[in-house]
Ligand binder design. Sequence first.
Ligand code: ATP
Length: 308
Amino acid sequence: MIAARHLTRRFGPRTAVDDVTFEVGRSEIVALLGPNGAGKTTTLRMLAGLIAPTSGSVAIGGVQLTRANGAALRMQIGFLTEAPGLWDRLTVRENLRVYAGLYGLADADARIDRVLDLFAIADRANARTVELSKGTRQKAALARTLLHDPTILLLDEPTSGLDPEVTRSVRMLLDERRAAGCSILVSTHNLDEAERLADRVAVLDERLVAIDDPAALRARLTTGRTIVRVAGDPSAYLPAIRSIVGPGVDVAVERSSLALQLPHPELQTPAIVAALVAAGAQILEVRAEMPALEDVYVHLMGADGGGA
Ligand code: ATP
């Protein structure tokens, strides 16, 4: 478990991160989502113990990170930085050996073989990193991040610039690490990725704007409309709907659906469905309309910008 407690970081007059509190539990993936300059990298660097917060603290497994215990606690963390941190002129294996040395790992070669296998890059072990494609380089960087079996993974944009296949393999690996009990924090600009990867999404814009699971974030902005998709022309069923909901309810025809602004959807939906069936409708789907996560994000950012 890793926790940020009231983390604030200023660079001169500029506040990069302002009073951010959240935690990533065991077997949990949290996405740190925010626009450029939101403070994602700064937050990750503070959590990794690479820079000190101006105020606030970091706790790892319940123990507060200090200068004295920093080196020992950092052994529990695997940090993937934006710049992958590999020496171009060294081979993949040589790079990993350097890191194994820095971590003081006894069984370096066995571990290196294991992480190379994990990312299916054993055949590139003796290639200099300068020769690697971006995807393979990122895999080597991730292999480096996992070399010492960390229980906490802090990953700065791990899939940025990768093709869908490599992205998918990274995602599967993170799922697997989560199942093994790791706490994983992944920064991203990408809403789809945040939604697909993470158990919870922390929206950062200097301050923590929101943190919740993706569905709950979406539900915050629920449109309150009930969508009924039918076979054939939906407008044929307008009289049946009107007979139930009366004139005060906004009913729109949208492509193959009827969109109803119901004041009490749970109470009204059964009667509407019954009336539609009685009118001969074939109902394909009934659902509460949810906004795209992107709309929620824009909404949250707008609210935040207004308040800042
Ligand atoms: P991006 O998505 O573009 O990588 P980010 O969310 O990771 O952005 P940070 O890199 O944490 O954002 O930067 C947050 C703010 O802090 C920015 O305004 C940046 O210019 C500033 N900043 C970060 N590091 C430093 C530094 N070492 N010195 C001065 N300012 C810094």
